[in-house]
Write a protein that binds this ligand. Structure first.
Ligand SMILES: *[C@@H]1O[C@H](CO)[C@@H](O)[C@H](O)[C@H]1NC(C)=O
Ligand SMILES: *[C@@H]1O[C@H](CO)[C@@H](O)[C@H](O)[C@H]1NC(C)=O
Ligand SMILES: *[C@@H]1O[C@H](CO)[C@@H](O)[C@H](O)[C@H]1NC(C)=O
Ligand SMILES: *[C@@H]1O[C@H](CO)[C@@H](O)[C@H](O)[C@H]1NC(C)=O
Ligand SMILES: *[C@@H]1O[C@H](CO)[C@@H](O)[C@H](O)[C@H]1NC(C)=O
Ligand SMILES: *[C@@H]1O[C@H](CO)[C@@H](O)[C@H](O)[C@H]1NC(C)=O
Ligand SMILES: [Ca+2]
Length: 461
């Protein structure tokens, strides 16, 4: 009975959405999992897709270094400045608190003067490479919502690879390559993130933008540009939010790209500042990192709006009768239909795809299509029930609305577009058509897009 109610409420919702074509900028927070509504003279729950707020994820990670004894200070060492071999006043001594540079100092709160930083031993064994892996582990699937920013206290490395793991460190994939000379270091053509387009937005690039060792005094940061990649989708203004949400909701690669359990910073070659390494004074070459920023949220498959850190472990507080660290299963006795992640569609509150009790007879069990459930295995963009194509659009295989001339948007809900924005929209739709075998995985960066665009002021787009 209450499922029927949900159905009715959803129908109301959707028609409200369609009636309200001028989308408010506050769209897509997905911060509420359920609300009580009064319908047919009684109170009932209305369930919605929900996700935790984005936060500083460095508070919840475990850091490990490889080799483990690569931190400076045991035995104590004296370092010289890269740009001046006579300036040798940087002393590292693990036994003295003021002179020690342990890994934790990459994650303490900055803003103090002087900055606190982790530092490696110097390149004593030159020409044997000085290589360090810094691995950050959450033991939980998380979704990035903002740029990863590494701030170096030393010169920025000449070669560095950022890698990620989606399976708790069993396998690793590169995220981005950084080198002073990409061809030489990785046999890759150098590329900057602003050269990416919608069709190449998930490309793994090598960039030379962050490896200019000699001018490190003026810029010490190395970035992995999440926001710039989001902006490729979000468009110059918020006109395309509806189609954007739809595309993200159905494109597994896109969701996976921003999802991870571990990050690894592979430092492959320190800043040398000049073409020749000064073999007589190797105390000038080392790595030092003062800060690492990782903003993100727990991946809860749109079934939780909070994530708790308990006994050193992050876990979603699952709603919708789901369970598990990522809410990726139905609770016992609530397996009346296959588990499904929540859906961002229909905008703005999504579809909760709650788990339902086992003991509902098949006759009563709701049919996925009759509930407008967005099942990610055959992600439903449109249908003839709740996700109706508007303005005479025709739904094709539940995958897209074919819109008549003059209309656009995932449900053909937009009445017009002018000049450039028309073409842009069309190319975007071509670029991001969901792959035929889209699988089940989440995505949580969506709610962020409006706010990040707002903070960027949109002008740079
Ligand atoms: C760093 O990790 C990579 C795998 O991501 C591994 O191949 C390499 O040997 C490690 N390097 C060091 C110095 O531990
Ligand atoms: C670290 O330990 C390994 C062996 O455990 C040793 O070969 C290496 O020289 C040590 N490195 C430093 C910088 O102390
Ligand atoms: C590096 O040069 C400085 C200045 O000449 C000197 O004080 C220091 O001992 C040198 N370090 C090494 C390892 O030669
Ligand atoms: C990771 O989390 C699981 C529970 O989800 C726990 O059993 C395991 O011990 C944790 N591993 C580490 C290294 O903390
Ligand atoms: C989950 O199950 C409980 C009963 O154990 C029920 O009260 C609650 O309404 C259910 N929640 C959802 C989202 O179906
Ligand atoms: C679900 O509904 C469709 C028509 O809307 C029907 O063809 C299909 O057989 C139904 N599936 C089940 C499991 O009832
Ligand atoms: Ca610090």
């Amino acid at each position: 009975m209450h499922l029927l109610l949900v159905f009715v409420l959803q129908a109301l919702w959707v028609s409200w959405c369609h009636a309200t074509q001028h989308y408010p900028a506050s769209w897509g927070h997905y911060d509420v999992c359920k609300s009580q509504v009064y319908a047919e003279d009684r109170l009932a729950w209305h369930y919605m897709a929900c996700q935790p707020e984005a936060t500083d994820m460095t508070k919840y990670l475990r850091v490990s270094l490889d080799p483990p004894n690569i931190t400076c200070g045991d035995p104590p060492e004296m370092y010289c400045a890269l740009e001046n071999p006579y300036m040798c006043n940087n002393e590292c001594d693990a036994e003295t608190e003021e002179l020690a540079h342990p890994p934790e100092l990459m994650f303490d709160s900055e803003g103090r003067n002087p900055t606190t930083f982790w530092q490696s031993t110097s390149w004593k064994k030159y020409p044997k490479p000085l290589q360090v892996n810094i691995t950050l582990s959450w033991n939980k699937t998380i979704e990035l919502t903002d740029d990863i920013v590494l701030t170096f206290e030393s010169g920025r490395p000449e070669q560095l690879v950022l890698e990620k793991s989606l399976d708790y460190g069993r396998t690793w994939q590169p995220y981005q390559f950084y080198a002073a000379d990409c061809l030489d270091a990785f046999t890759m053509e150098p590329k900057a993130v602003h050269q990416l387009t919608q069709s190449s937005m998930l490309e793994i690039i090598c960039t030379e933008v962050y490896s200019t060792g000699y001018v490190w005094k003026y810029d010490k940061t190395v970035r992995f540009e999440i926001k710039d990649r989001f902006a490729l989708l979000a468009g110059p203004r918020l006109h395309n939010m509806a189609s954007l949400y739809g595309q993200l909701d159905t494109t597994k690669n896109l969701r996976d790209f921003f999802t991870l359990t571990d990050l690894r910073i592979r430092l492959l070659r320190p800043a040398t500042g000049a073409t020749m390494v000064d073999e007589n004074n190797l105390s000038r070459y080392f790595y030092a990192i003062s800060d690492i920023k990782v903003q993100g949220r727990c991946k809860c498959n749109l079934h939780a709006n909070s994530c708790v850190f308990d006994k050193g472990k992050l876990g979603c507080e699952c709603e919708h009768n789901t369970t598990g660290p990522d809410c990726a299963r139905c609770k016992r006795h609530f397996q009346g239909r296959a588990w499904s992640m929540g859906s961002y569609l229909p905008i703005p509150k999504g579809t909760a795809n709650i788990c339902i009790p086992n003991n509902l007879g098949t006759s009563v069990r709701p049919n996925a299509s009759s509930l407008g459930v967005a099942n990610r295995n055959q992600a439903r963009v449109c249908d003839h029930v709740l996700l109706r194509c508007q303005n005479g659009g025709v739904c094709h295989h539940h995958q897209r609305c074919q819109c008549p001339a003059g209309f656009s948007g995932i449900l053909c809900e937009k009445t017009q577009c002018q000049g450039d924005s028309c073409e842009e929209l069309q190319s975007r739709q071509t670029a991001l058509r969901p792959p035929p075998a889209a699988q089940t995985l989440p995505l949580a960066l969506l709610s962020l897009i409006p706010s990040l665009l707002a903070t960027r002021g949109l002008t740079s787009l």
